[in-house]
Write a protein that binds this ligand. Structure first.
Ligand SMILES: NC(=O)c1ccc[n+]([C@@H]2O[C@H](COP(=O)([O-])OP(=O)(O)OC[C@H]3O[C@@H](n4cnc5c(N)ncnc54)[C@H](OP(=O)(O)O)[C@@H]3O)[C@@H](O)[C@H]2O)c1
Length: 284
């Protein structure tokens, strides 16, 4: 375990489930955790809980709604005005929606929250991650990525939409993005890895708009692991010396694991990179 005292970590979606437990564990190690959440009230409740439980008063809260690219840019601007380094970025937030929704930027909402928002967040924080190196980026994916696909002619799922399928597509994208970014950052001492947390009892599905998803998740509670256990691999990647030089890998249960064969296709990784840069209006 690295000495985490004095390190600065951002955890997105840290007011609930896996993100909350990740933030709690890191705060317990003496890290300054920035809870990057979309709702101040829900976030503040958790910030107080974490401070009470860990005694770590450095726990901070900043608003970042990953469905809004303006909110992501505002967050990074405020973060860089407040902090002069970033040791660990954990792109954890995620959501699933039963019906297709479009964000204010015109993006399909699942892809916006689970992939595009995190891509932009990381992109905007690269300068500070580089100047803070060695630093780590951890993306939270899902084993569901194996059922996803990337249709470059329909990245916004306009032609057909099924909540679970689009969720899987977004997780496939963030997995492939992890591998591409890791390759692009070789030699910078920024590591980039991806996590499959397993089947975890959280609030995922609560905002899906589907009674079926919510019921399904509730019924599966007995076979799901607790959120604290689900957070272990993210915490391991953020803090362990064992992985300080490991990059471009997927981890589950604190072990390296293989992802779907397609995720290793560098041509598709690269194509996805450029398609995303274009969607977000970023220059290469
Ligand atoms: N639970 C599982 O079995 C499982 C399995 C594989 C992967 N995962 C992944 O694990 C990660 C954490 O999910 P979880 O299971 O812990 O679910 P969760 O309890 O629902 O937590 C998801 C977090 O993401 C946040 N979020 C949703 N939309 C957001 C937005 N627009 N902007 C910023 N934050 C937003 C939520 O905030 P609000 O409370 O404001 O909605 C919440 O804090 C996700 O990436 C999920 O896909 C979970």
């Amino acid at each position: 375990m690295s000495d985490m005292k004095g390190k600065i970590c951002i955890v997105t979606g840290s007011n609930s489930g896996i993100g909350k437990e990740t933030a709690l564990a890191l705060a317990n190690m003496g890290t300054t955790v920035v809870l990057a959440v979309r709702n101040r009230e829900r976030g503040e409740k958790v910030r107080v809980e974490i401070i009470n439980e860990t005694g770590n008063h450095a726990t901070d809260l900043m608003i970042c709604d990953l469905s809004s690219m303006d909110s992501v840019r505002q967050f990074t601007k405020e973060f860089m005005g407040k902090y002069d380094k970033l040791d660990v970025l954990i792109n954890n937030a995620g959501a699933i929606f039963n019906k297709r929704q479009v964000t204010t930027d015109g993006f399909e909402r699942t892809i916006a929250v689970n992939y595009l928002g995190h891509f932009l967040l990381t992109h905007e924080l690269l300068t500070i991650l580089k100047s803070s190196a060695p630093s780590r980026v951890i993306n939270v994916s899902s084993g569901m990525h194996k059922t996803g696909n990337i249709d470059f002619d329909d990245l916004q799922s306009e032609r057909s939409y099924r909540g679970m399928k689009v969720y899987a597509n977004s997780k496939l994208m963030i997995t492939m993005y992890t591998y591409e970014l890791a390759r692009r950052l070789e030699g910078t001492e920024i590591t980039v890895n991806v996590v499959e947390p397993g089947f975890v009892a959280t609030n995922l599905g609560r905002n899906s708009g589907s009674r079926l998803y919510s019921l399904m998740y509730r019924l599966m509670r007995p076979i799901q692991m607790k959120a604290k256990k689900g957070a272990e691999t993210s915490v391991y990647l953020a803090s362990s010396d064992e992985v300080k030089s490991v990059t471009g890998k997927c981890f589950s249960k604190q072990q390296q694991t293989k992802t779907a064969q397609i995720t290793y296709n560098q041509e598709i990784q690269n194509r996805l990179w450029y398609a995303t840069m274009e969607l977000l209006g970023l220059n290469s």
